[in-house]
Ligand binder design. Sequence first.
Ligand SMILES: Cc1cc2nc3c(=O)[nH]c(=O)nc-3n(C[C@H](O)[C@H](O)[C@H](O)COP(=O)(O)OP(=O)(O)OC[C@H]3O[C@@H](n4cnc5c(N)ncnc54)[C@H](O)[C@@H]3O)c2cc1C
Length: 235
Amino acid sequence: MKLGEEDGNMRRTSSFGENLLPRVAGKLDVSQISDIIQIKSPDTFVRTLYAGKIICTVKCEEKVKVFSVQGTAFETAATSGGNASVENAPTISPVGLSEWLHQTLLKNDWPHLTSAKSVVCGGLGLKTRENFKLLYDLAEQLRASVSATLAAVNAGFVPKDLLVGERGKNKTPKLYVAVGISGFMQHLAEIKDSKTIVAINEDPEAPIFQVADLGIVADLFKVVPELTELLKKKR
Ligand SMILES: Cc1cc2nc3c(=O)[nH]c(=O)nc-3n(C[C@H](O)[C@H](O)[C@H](O)COP(=O)(O)OP(=O)(O)OC[C@H]3O[C@@H](n4cnc5c(N)ncnc54)[C@H](O)[C@@H]3O)c2cc1C
């Protein structure tokens, strides 16, 4: 979108958007509004705070509105048929501080995390990178995507692009299976709105059970292979 008077500037809430938008807002000398989930009028927005724990309505009186949206809160827009004009952005000469070398796209056979209908997510309870194989086996039977908590990503069990939660890919799948995950609010961000949440944790007091539709209090190393075998027999 063009930056100028009376224009809005929007990006999906993502690490790229979170990096870019505050800079755009700073350059324009306006306040940024993050994580909107509803547009009530041209200057009034509903946004989330504290990983979705608080929902507030804010009025923005800036002439240029800079805001990020939570993609899953809105219907997919049609890519044709609108009446907005499309203008080519001006070419900007590099300032020479950094250089684009290459980009590597990870390729795998799993459904993409942001579009998967079912997601199997692993936490620190998996204990090692190798043990994540249990989740890939289960995900294969469920035709699900595999994801992880920040703690599991930081421990090096899986790459960062599988992160789910406040700092990762936000998604509201139909089925969300949480394995060895405590369920802190930063992880649950949008996940808590999934249609069905299944939690496997050996600690009956784990907060994940407060949002789970189906809770299994058990050792994941016993339950997950059993579940995978049962699903294999069903197919
Ligand atoms: C500003 C901020 C942003 C954050 N953003 C994110 C984010 O985007 N995403 C995110 O995930 N986190 C985020 N976090 C971290 C979050 O608060 C939690 O610390 C993290 O999600 C915990 O990960 P975990 O559940 O894997 O680990 P833990 O909290 O250590 O939980 C591990 C669980 O595994 C269970 N377990 C252990 N062994 C077994 C077994 N054999 N069988 C069954 N269960 C077992 C334990 O009972 C425990 O409940 C953020 C934190 C902050 C401060």
